[in-house]
Design a protein around this ligand. Structure first.
Ligand SMILES: Nc1ncnc2c1ncn2[C@@H]1O[C@H](COP(=O)(O)OP(=O)(O)O)[C@@H](O)[C@H]1O
Ligand SMILES: [Mg+2]
Length: 221
């Protein structure tokens, strides 16, 4: 069970005169789905990048289970504690479905046979049938690709799932499916799921909703 907290986080891109994030504070709890909704350019991806450990805040703190990330090796944090899913799925095009799911486990030193075993369980749980495991991502539908990407994100056992516009390339039915999967992962398996999106339908399906405008975060409703 993991939780993330941000306290008074501000961030400014180099060469930019305005802050992309301005004193953002928020707690993201294990077992819940939290969405951050806001228009394009409001700072959502910037916040996600900081939560993902791709960058450090200029001011303020990010805490994983109460521990300040400032004192932690961000490479290890990205490998072990968080995983990210993207709008464009970002599967490796030259690896098969099962190889995509095995890849992060092999990077983490898990033996090939064990990685394959876990990958098969994860793909089955995401409703990707066996005949698709040896296909390349291009030969799957968008909804299937996103489910493979979710399987891959679960492979390393990280407790925090970050999603940047995860349904941006999906139709209504596949959006519902992905939200059902993410909700199940939170409510049944205890993941801390954090979604940033401009899509109000995602907000409606989340446990907690925050709004982002011009780098300022506020609780919705
Ligand atoms: N690499 C960058 N360099 C400079 N400014 C950036 C960069 N990435 C984003 N920005 C700016 O930061 C603000 C927030 O962007 P972003 O976090 O991508 O918003 P969102 O994901 O909500 O669309 C925008 O004004 C954007 O132009
Ligand atoms: Mg964005």
């Amino acid at each position: 069970m993991s939780e993330l907290k941000v306290e008074n986080v501000s961030y400014r891109y180099k060469n930019s005169s305005r802050k992309a994030l301005s004193e953002v504070s928020c707690a993201f709890q294990a077992g819940t789905v939290t969405s951050v909704v806001g228009p394009s350019g409001s700072g959502k991806t910037t916040l996600l990048s900081i939560l993902a450990g791709l960058d450090r805040p200029e001011e303020g703190k990010v805490l994983l289970n109460g521990q300040d990330l400032a004192g932690k090796d961000l490479d290890a944090y990205r490998r072990e504690d968080v995983s990210v899913i993207f709008q464009a799925f970002q599967l490796f095009p030259l690896l098969t479905v099962i190889e995509n799911v095995c890849y992060p486990m092999e990077l983490n030193g898990i033996a090939k046979a064990e990685a394959q075993k876990r990958a098969r369980v994860l793909l089955a749980r995401m409703d990707i049938s066996e005949e698709k495991w040896k296909r390349y991502p291009a030969n799957l539908s968008g909804g299937e690709q996103q489910r493979v990407a979710i399987a891959r994100s679960l492979a390393t056992g990280a407790g925090i799932l970050l999603a940047d516009e995860p349904t941006g390339n999906l139709d209504g039915q596949n959006t519902t499916n992905v939200m059902e999967i993410l909700t199940r992962l939170a409510h049944e398996d205890g993941y801390c799921v954090i979604i940033v999106t401009h899509d109000p339908a995602i907000a409606e399906a989340s446990d907690y909703v925050y709004r982002m405008a011009d780098g300022v975060l506020a609780k919705a409703g």
